[in-house]
Unconditional design. Structure first.
Length: 145
């Protein structure tokens, strides 16, 4: 029973990878054809639409048999799982080690230290420096002013 379950999972994994590769190949080919030099050669020539519904439908029609096989395999795997119980044998649970807790005084000490450093930075003129840098970023990079 376990071997059959592994075989089904392996087959579904292989089919999934194959369908993904087919879809990627079709998408790359659509893009390659849309960006071919023939579309850009003459001035005034309209560039062909790369991802029109018609082109995508034609490409999906080309790989439709693979999609049908994939869907049928998925349905058969679900049916097999429903008929044969669908539950795996229970696995042995390893005990999860509890993380070490920090001392109860550490978090309040960190908050107090952070507040003290912020206050020292404001008293030292750091808030003005941050404001000046923020204004420079807005005016230079974003283009305000």
């Amino acid at each position: 029973m376990e071997k059959t379950r592994r075989l089904i999972r392996w087959c579904m994994a292989v089919l999934t990878v194959a369908v993904c590769l087919l879809l990627c190949w079709q998408a790359i080919d659509i893009y390659r054809v849309g960006n071919s030099p023939a579309n850009f050669s003459a001035p005034g020539v309209r560039i062909a639409p790369v991802y029109s519904r018609q082109i995508v439908a034609e490409r999906l029609r080309a790989i439709a048999p693979a999609l049908v096989v994939y869907a049928a395999a998925a349905v058969l795997a679900l049916i097999w799982q429903a008929v044969h119980g669908g539950k795996e044998r229970p696995r042995v649970q390893k005990p999860v080690p509890q993380p070490k807790r920090a001392p109860g005084w550490l978090l309040p000490a960190l908050y107090i230290a952070a507040a003290a450093l912020v206050a020292l930075g404001v008293a030292n003129g750091g808030a003005r420096d941050v404001l000046v840098k923020a204004v420079n970023i807005c005016t230079e990079c974003i283009g305000l002013g």
